[in-house]
Design a protein around this ligand. Structure first.
Ligand SMILES: [Zn+2]
Length: 441
């Protein structure tokens, strides 16, 4: 992309003048970025530091070598052993150099690639590793927190988003997302390895910039710190987790006052998303979000789960109420559709069966019997008639659903959908009196 304005032109120009990476920096990357491991196979250890092979016998029981250590006789490196028959190893890592240039904060991201090969024979032969180091991306951040990107183009490979083409020169790039976007893009690089000699512009130093903030790429953190007082407050109070949450999806406005309470009580939030959830539940229940007793719980998970349970109970209750309200709205329709059956009543010396005469009665029936007769909306079903079987004392025994199309019993259930000892008797009674229903249907 061509620079589109004065600052972009300046950045492109300055970028070309940046010093090349030094031998010392290269050596540091070679020494730091790769795990010191030895691949063990059939009595041989292939050193992943110098590439040489040495013999090592292990006891027959020592089959699982993971976690074992050995010292390479060629380079003297302590190696963590791993079982592997690998004969080829290619590893790539990002590392970052932080520097300043003409008032800009610059983060230079390099890729170090190491290729290693081993030849098998009677005694395997190893080769010295081959390294290549190339610069992929530079984040240029001006003092007012604006970010400019210089980067290589990427080769179009569907399965790798950062296949930088090191044969092509760096040029100004557009960020796909805004600075406070939800997902970091390929120019936001969180490298694990940052060269220990670091340059920072004074304003960043003053605002508390640190490389210890995990999860946020250095360029995003720098831009945040230069433009946002809240970010500065969070980093200075070591609320790294809240800062991370802020960089990902922001912190809700109504939660913010509680952060001050945390800071006043030297309470560090460890799980920001859970804590934010928790504070929002406190707010929901009108609990005091300025009180350290609530805001800074010793056991966040426990308090969070307690409120969550309460929240779920409340929601369930609300759903119940909504459902009931909806059900009662059907009262008129129900009376119109089923009114002609309302007088029907039959039974024997033990059982009385009646047609349920209103939605309210159905709600009552459902609650008493702990089944879904109203929750499932049977009052809406044109084709079913709901009857209630009670004993002589008026206690509910079973609820019966009858099909008005076929005049057969669809189901008859007792408490919690059980089948009662009187089930067969009830079925028989309904079938015997089905004509009473047919007559008015
Ligand atoms: Zn070695």
């Amino acid at each position: 992309m061509k620079p589109r304005n004065k600052t972009e032109r300046l950045v492109a120009e300055l970028s070309a003048k940046l010093p090349a990476i030094t031998e010392k920096q290269k050596q540091w990357a070679k020494d730091t970025c790769f795990e010191k491991i030895g691949y063990y196979n059939k009595g041989e250890v292939w050193c992943m530091n110098c590439g040489m092979v040495h013999e090592k016998t292990v006891s027959p029981l020592g089959i699982d070598l993971v976690g074992d250590e050995t010292v390479c006789p060629h380079c003297g490196t302590h190696l963590k052993l791993k079982n592997s028959r690998k004969r080829k190893s290619i590893e790539r890592w990002y590392f970052t150099i932080a520097t300043t240039y003409r008032g800009f904060q610059v983060f230079r991201h390099f890729i170090i690639e190491r290729q290693m090969y081993k030849m098998s024979g009677n005694i395997s032969k190893g080769y010295e590793p081959y390294f290549s180091i190339n610069e992929a991306v530079q984040n240029w951040i001006s003092e007012d927190g604006k970010e400019y990107i210089m980067a290589r183009p990427c080769r179009p490979m569907a399965w790798v988003y950062d296949a930088w083409d090191f044969c092509k020169p760096m040029s100004i790039k557009d960020k796909v997302n805004g600075r406070y976007s939800y997902s970091p893009d390929k120019y936001d690089i969180c490298s694990e390895f940052i060269y220990p000699v670091r340059g920072l512009i004074p304003k960043l130093k003053r605002n508390g910039f640190t490389f210890r903030c995990k999860g946020i790429s250095v360029n995003r953190l720098a831009a945040m710190l230069l433009t946002d007082n809240e970010a500065e407050m969070l980093i200075k109070t070591k609320q790294y987790n809240l800062l991370y949450a802020k960089s990902i999806r922001g912190i809700p406005q109504d939660v913010k006052p509680s952060i001050n309470i945390c800071n006043r009580n030297a309470y560090r939030v460890k799980d920001a998303s859970m804590w934010i959830d928790y504070i929002q539940m406190l707010l929901h229940f009108n609990m005091d979000t300025h009180n350290a007793k609530y805001v800074c719980p010793a056991n966040l998970k426990k308090e969070h789960d307690k409120l969550l349970k309460r929240m779920n109970r409340e929601e369930a209750r609300q759903r119940e109420i909504d459902k009931m309200r909806e059900a009662l709205g059907w009262e008129k329709t129900y009376a119109q559709e089923k009114g002609r059956f309302f007088g029907i009543c039959f039974g024997n010396e033990d059982i009385v069966i009646t047609v349920i005469q209103s939605v309210a009665e159905m709600v009552e029936e459902g609650e008493a019997m702990h089944h879904c007769v109203y929750a499932c909306g049977y009052y809406k079903k044109k084709e079913s008639l709901i009857l209630s079987a009670k004993d002589k004392e008026g206690n509910r025994i079973e609820t019966i659903e009858l099909s008005l199309r076929t005049f057969t019993i669809v189901q008859s259930r007792g408490v919690c959908n059980s089948i009662t000892p009187m089930h067969n008797e009830i079925i028989e009674l309904v079938n015997k009196n089905i004509n009473l229903i047919k007559k008015v249907a």
